[in-house]
Write a protein that binds this ligand. Structure first.
Ligand code: MF3
Ligand code: CO
Length: 269
């Protein structure tokens, strides 16, 4: 059952999504080789608590941390750990919060220092695919239009692996609501989009095979071939002519560009 939001509820959800964006911006300011993902986890947890919100992933079906920190071949749900990040790593920071009862949930992939042009392209194309999906999140389209747009741009155009086992989702008073938002599918298929459906759209795109496996910890999802994977996620509200993006990459990107330890060479502007 899809739960439609009122205008007032969308406003509250924007505040939750923006707190996630602001927290990830704090990460963008301090990211550098040598820092551990456990340090990033405590920074995020503290920032969220200081802003009168609750990290939503912690204890969600037993998940033990505030963030997911997914490095290189980890697709999603990576546990923060005490291994220092190093030059050439790519790391996705995925964070969820509950603010005044409403969820924000989004993610951003950072590049530390020099990486191959192959990886730069994977990051660029995955981010582009998120926006291609968002363009389809308008009234009278269907979920499959979003899915198809993401798959076309990544799998069809670049031969990347589109993860099948994990999908985007509705978002509201719950972290995961209907409908599911796969990153693959057919145009014109699936539930019809109506005004004020809020979706977390989240392409998870692999450089190589689409196949993944779960680590012994029961959470960490990795690519089967060990090649890198990228994940970007935005919270969006379906509208008539153009989706309203509730989260905000512009503040993250500004901090990313200002941090000389981070690689933004894939940016076109
Ligand atoms: N962004 C992810 C999702 O929407 C993160 C969930 S991690 C979990 O599913 F620990 F909360 F499950
Ligand atoms: Co999500």
């Amino acid at each position: 059952m899809i739960i439609y939001k009122t205008e007032a509820e969308v406003e509250l959800m924007k505040k939750a999504a923006m707190l996630v964006s602001e927290t990830i911006t704090e990460v963008a300011k301090i990211l550098k080789p040598g820092i551990t993902t456990l340090q990033i986890d405590s920074l995020c947890q503290q920032y969220v608590l200081d802003n009168k919100a609750i990290p939503s992933f912690k204890n969600y079906h037993g998940y033990p941390f505030a963030i997911c920190a997914s490095v290189n071949d980890v697709v999603v749900h990576g546990f923060p750990n005490n291994i220092p990040l190093k030059e050439g790593d790519i790391v996705t920071i995925d964070l969820g919060v509950i603010l005044n009862g409403w969820h924000g949930d989004h993610a951003y992939t950072f590049i530390l220092g020099e990486v191959s042009t192959e990886i730069l392209q994977l990051v660029r194309v995955t981010k582009e695919s998120l926006y291609k999906g968002i363009e389809k999140a308008i009234v009278n389209n269907r979920i499959g239009d979003i899915s198809f747009a993401i798959q076309e741009h990544t799998e069809k155009k670049y031969g990347y692996g589109v993860v099948r086992e994990l999908v985007g989702h509705g978002l509201g008073k719950n972290l995961h609501e209907d409908p599911q938002v796969p990153n693959y599918g057919k145009r014109g298929n699936g539930p019809k989009l109506r005004e004020n459906i809020v979706l977390a759209i989240e392409p998870m795109i692999n450089l190589g095979t689409k196949d993944v496996y779960t680590d012994k910890d029961g959470w960490t999802i990795r690519t089967k071939d060990g090649k890198p994977s990228v994940h970007f996620e935005h919270d969006v509200c379906v509208k008539k002519d153009r989706a309203l993006i509730l989260s905000d990459y512009s503040i993250i990107e500004a901090a990313e560009k200002a941090n000389s330890n981070l690689n933004t060479n894939y940016y076109t502007n």
